[in-house]
Design a binder for this molecule. Structure first.
Ligand code: MG
Length: 469
């Protein structure tokens, strides 16, 4: 014997000896067993230190409670508009920001503001900020009519502000709160143009691409926009009387295919090329297009069809090996879940605020991972806070595909301090607590969103069509 009673050393063999001793020794021995078991809970110095750390982290401060919820806007000319929700707590200096941007064209920032201030704020005032998932569910279930872009954006902004608060409390970036990085940085793609209508599209595409490649970018995407493919209407006018723009789908398709041919002849083969169709083509044209671009080995072809026509992906999948990315228009799981389950697409690319923010997007990414479908979140318009939420998902979920990036104009960089760093073709995350972003709210107040406009486009004969400007 070493002079101690059986069990006092805390190891398994000693505990067994104590149990044997107790069984032989009756009630007094059981009393000793009870005392010894309690002591085993926190006897060692290491255990006591660990317990103290947990106490400090979880009980050192009273749980913060939501004291105010406000909306911050930054008008950035449409493509750089930002809507951010600020949650202020009852603890001095503890607040958080979350992105609630409702994208242009056809953005609904005034409705998002009303959803936050008039509907969600009364629901959450006084609640503890600790329960992010529960607050998300309370907000989500607050309307029987769920999954519209406005309510989802409001919920995304509010709940992402709670993630920011939790990170600031912990003194950690949000990526640490959800398990840490699975990669160092996120490979980005940049948008590249084909020049003015009077210029050679292929030549301009190559020239513009070389400039971006010199900056370190290895992936480039051409967007099919109505503003690029605008033509005269049947009266020979550039616009209809109501201001909508005529667009020639076949002309634009021919232009892109010719420009891609030049790109592949002139540019190094390792430079990735993608295209965003913006749902501008009808199903037959889109199916043919997916076959025509197969030869250019795209990293993906985006939004071939609108959400109302997703059944056509089943047909395209049987005819083309072009990788397919879809999702910036999705707000409802019924729109995307069947496409993932049937492996009809390769990338989901929701706009994170439109689906309910970081909390919701994590679940979408995890679902897609089961089917080896990757994600490439929609990147613009997006506040730098939303951009950081995208990047946090990129670095913490295994099935990341690629990161859409737009350079922010000076106004946005002046308002938002701590934007993600873009270097050598990668986006690098902030190492500061929360999302790592502070907002110059006084400057933001001078630049509200003022230029939202309807999404209007036509074929030359005046028919209204899907797409974006
Ligand atoms: Mg797109």
């Amino acid at each position: 014997m070493n002079g101690r009673k059986p069990g006092e050393s805390g190891d398994v063999a000693s505990r067994r000896a104590l149990l044997r001793w107790a069984m032989l020794g009756g009630g007094a021995a059981f009393a000793e067993l009870w005392r010894g078991s309690c002591a085993l809970g926190a006897t060692t110095k290491k255990e006591q230190e660990a317990q103290a750390a947990v106490e400090q982290a979880t009980r050192g401060m009273p749980a913060p409670r939501i004291q105010d919820v406000t909306v911050i806007e930054v008008g950035g000319g449409g493509v750089n508009d930002s809507t951010v929700v600020k949650v202020t707590t009852d603890q001095a200096g503890l607040y958080g920001y979350g992105c609630a941007t409702h994208s242009f064209p056809g953005g609904r920032s005034r409705l998002v503001r009303a959803a936050v201030e008039d509907y969600l704020k009364p629901l959450v005032l006084g609640r503890t900020t600790e329960r992010i998932e529960q607050i998300w569910q309370i907000c989500y279930m607050s309307s029987y009519y769920k999954n519209d872009g406005v309510l989802n954006s409001a919920i995304g902004g509010l709940s992402d502000a709670l993630w920011d608060i939790k990170g600031r409390q912990a003194g950690m970036p949000v990526y640490q709160l959800v398990g840490g990085k699975v990669r160092e940085a996120a490979a980005i793609y940049l948008h590249v143009g084909m020049g003015r209508p009077d210029q050679d599209p292929g030549k301009q595409l190559v020239e513009n691409s070389r400039k971006l490649v010199e900056r370190g970018c290895r992936y480039l995407l051409v967007a099919m926009f109505v503003r690029d493919g605008a033509v005269s209407n049947l009266y020979g006018q550039p616009k209809f009387d109501d201001g909508s723009i005529p667009f020639d789908r076949d002309k634009e398709t021919r232009k892109i295919l010719a420009a891609f041919e030049t790109f592949r002849q002139e540019m190094p083969p390792e430079i990735g090329l993608g295209v965003d169709v913006h749902s501008l083509l009808d199903p037959v044209r889109a199916t043919q297009f997916s076959k025509d671009v197969e030869q250019f080995r795209l990293f993906y072809c985006e939004d071939l069809f609108s959400p109302e026509e997703t059944g056509h992906y089943r047909i395209v999948r049987q005819q083309s090996s072009t990788p397919l990315a879809v999702g910036e228009l999705w707000t409802n799981p019924q729109e995307w879940r069947p496409l993932v389950e049937e492996r009809l697409i390769d990338y989901v690319r929701h706009h994170v605020s439109h689906v309910g923010g970081f909390t919701a997007a994590r679940k979408i990414a995890a679902f897609a991972e089961n089917y080896e479908v990757k994600f490439a979140w929609h990147g613009s318009p997006n506040s730098p806070v939303g951009h950081m939420a995208n990047l946090t998902l990129d670095l913490t979920q295994n099935n990341f595909g690629i990161h859409e990036h737009f350079d922010y104009p000076p106004l946005v960089q002046d308002v938002f301090h701590g934007c993600a760093e873009i270097r050598d073709g990668y986006a690098w995350i902030s190492e500061k607590p929360g999302w790592g972003i502070e907002i110059d709210e006084a400057l933001a107040a001078k630049h509200p969103i003022t230029d939202e406009h309807p999404n209007e486009m036509r074929t030359p004969d005046g028919s209204v069509i899907e797409g974006t400007g």
